[in-house]
Ligand binder design. Structure first.
Ligand SMILES: C[S@@+](CC[C@H](N)C(=O)[O-])C[C@H]1O[C@@H](n2cnc3c(N)ncnc32)[C@H](O)[C@@H]1O
Ligand code: SF4
Ligand code: SF4
Length: 455
């Protein structure tokens, strides 16, 4: 269910994505992470029994599970069995790990690869022990690299392509000079590398100087980054422009609103459910929790009063209105700053508007066949609020396979593998973020002679 399909009634179709927090302990002490500061009211590891109980309630509708939230997922000794359960049911899985818990044995690397895991994201913010260790306190950079090499080698021996392995490098003031070095290491070991900007809640002097907070970009040749973040540098709520076909449901001041309560849930190790990963249950008194999947059904939680209150708040926000929703109590930018989040961050900068106008002019003059890669906020904005609204596309592809077949304006969403059949002259990368999936997509042989337009 996406917000574009929400029909304004009180009932929302079940979520297709979830976060399961398989463990909220961690071996590292990253200074901006709530785990480091013992912010969780309850800490623990999800038992296999708890996982099974929850899994039975969600597996009929969920197509993708992120098996992490806060904490280190590989500290759960059942993680491989948990992944296997998901993959046997055809559910895609992602793990983000610091990969510094221990030296993986060959066998452990093979087990991880053979589990059916779809995406393995390795968080390592630096290209030397010195810079890496400033944020990943207690981590061992060499161990992380060796573990990556082991899973890559296991993947080459045992797998038909899964999992995608991606090194995620969060840029800060202390590691920004090592970007090229990281690129060289990634190339040498054969891993995809993606950059994001680190949120430095603990110390703003860590903010990267090469990142332009006004435009939300990194200088060339670095790809622009992260327009889906709230962008005010204070929080990470995912905000998205709403399809105007549904904008009638929204208060005008929330034209860009958080989509999470319409599409996904976060389940903590003990079954407690939160509407998004912005929220850390610091209180433990139920104020920030919308239900519990051990003693309630998915339907009871998903369409329960507390989730409805979140949706009502996001759709009906207005002066003086109180919904007593978790979103209003949560310290997220949407909940706290409301209008300022929506208004401060236009999707297109002037420079980008000019580039879009130029390319659309060429599309129309030369009759180019255009495909969008990405069906998120930027694609919506391009199709509704830019000259692209006058262009008839030959298709839209998205690497999020849970969205394959979904209706998106007058188009259907195709998987990246369909690009050959669509035969475009021009592919518009409708995303400002850089991802492994995007890199893999762009390296396809059939795109060699195709023009690529990227912001
Ligand atoms: C809280 S971590 C939990 C998973 C695992 N322990 C890890 O670090 O990858 C979830 C995600 O948050 C990211 N993260 C951690 N600190 C961050 C920060 N200061 N700014 C932005 N993302 C951050 C991690 O890289 C990871 O992708
Ligand atoms: S490794 Fe992940 S969970 Fe652990 S402290 Fe760092 S960001 Fe938080
Ligand atoms: S607390 Fe509510 S508004 Fe804020 S990010 Fe989470 S779901 Fe969105």
């Amino acid at each position: 269910m996406s917000i574009e399909k929400y029909n304004g009634s009180d009932l929302c179709e079940p979520p297709s994505r979830m976060y399961l927090e398989v463990c909220n302990y961690c071996n590292l002490k990253c200074p901006s992470c709530p785990t480091t500061h013992n912010c969780h009211a309850h800490q623990g590891v999800m038992t296999f029994d708890t996982f099974n109980t929850i899994f039975k309630k969600i597996s009929h509708c969920v197509k993708w599970i992120n098996l992490f939230n806060y904490g280190e997922p590989l500290m759960n000794k059942d993680i491989v069995d948990i992944i296997k359960c998901c993959s046997r049911s055809g559910i895609g899985t992602r793990i983000d790990t610091n990969f510094s818990l221990k030296d993986l044995s060959q066998e452990e690397a093979e087990d991880l690869v053979r589990s059916g895991l779809t995406l393995l994201v390795v968080s390592a913010d630096g290209a030397s022990q010195k810079t890496y260790g400033m944020y990943r306190v207690g981590g061992n950079f060499e161990r992380v690299l060796n573990n990556m090499k082991k899973v890559i080698s296991a993947k080459n021996r045992f797998s038909d392509g899964a999992p995608t392995i991606c090194w995620k490098f969060l840029i800060n003031r202390h590691n920004e000079h090592e970007i090229e070095k990281a690129r060289a290491i990634a190339k040498e070991i054969g891993v995809c590398l993606s950059f994001e900007i680190m949120e430095n809640f603990h110390n703003r002097s860590w903010d990267s100087e090469i990142y332009n907070h006004e435009t939300g970009t990194l200088p060339d040749p670095y790809v622009p980054f992260g327009s889906l973040r709230s962008g005010d540098g204070k929080g990470g709520a995912t905000v998205g422009a709403l399809n105007p076909r549904n904008a009638g449901f929204l208060h005008k001041d929330l034209r860009r609103a958080c989509r999470e309560p319409f599409s996904e849930l976060v389940v903590n190790y003990n079954g407690d459910v939160l509407p998004c990963c912005e929220i850390v249950d610091t209180l433990g008194d139920g104020t920030l929790v919308v239900g519990n999947l051990l003693n309630q059904s998915l339907e009871e939680v998903w369409n329960g009063e507390r989730m409805k209150a979140c949706r009502r708040y996001l759709l009906n926000y207005g002066d003086g209105k109180q919904f007593d929703s978790v979103c209003e109590h949560a310290p997220c930018p949407v909940g706290k700053n409301k209008k300022s989040v929506a208004q401060k961050h236009p999707v297109f900068q002037e420079r980008e508007k000019r580039k879009v106008a130029e390319i659309v002019h060429r599309v129309q003059e030369e009759g180019l066949k255009v495909v969008f890669f990405g069906a998120g906020q930027l694609a919506i904005e391009l199709l509704t609020n830019s000259p692209f609204s006058a262009v008839k596309l030959v298709g839209v592809v998205d690497s999020d396979l849970t969205r394959t077949g979904e209706e998106f304006f007058e188009y259907k969403i195709f998987p990246p593998t369909s690009i050959d059949a669509l035969g475009p002259d021009l592919v518009v990368i409708a995303s400002k973020a850089f991802s492994c999936e995007m890199e893999q997509f762009l390296s396809r042989e059939c795109l060699r002679n195709v023009e690529i337009f990227k912001f």
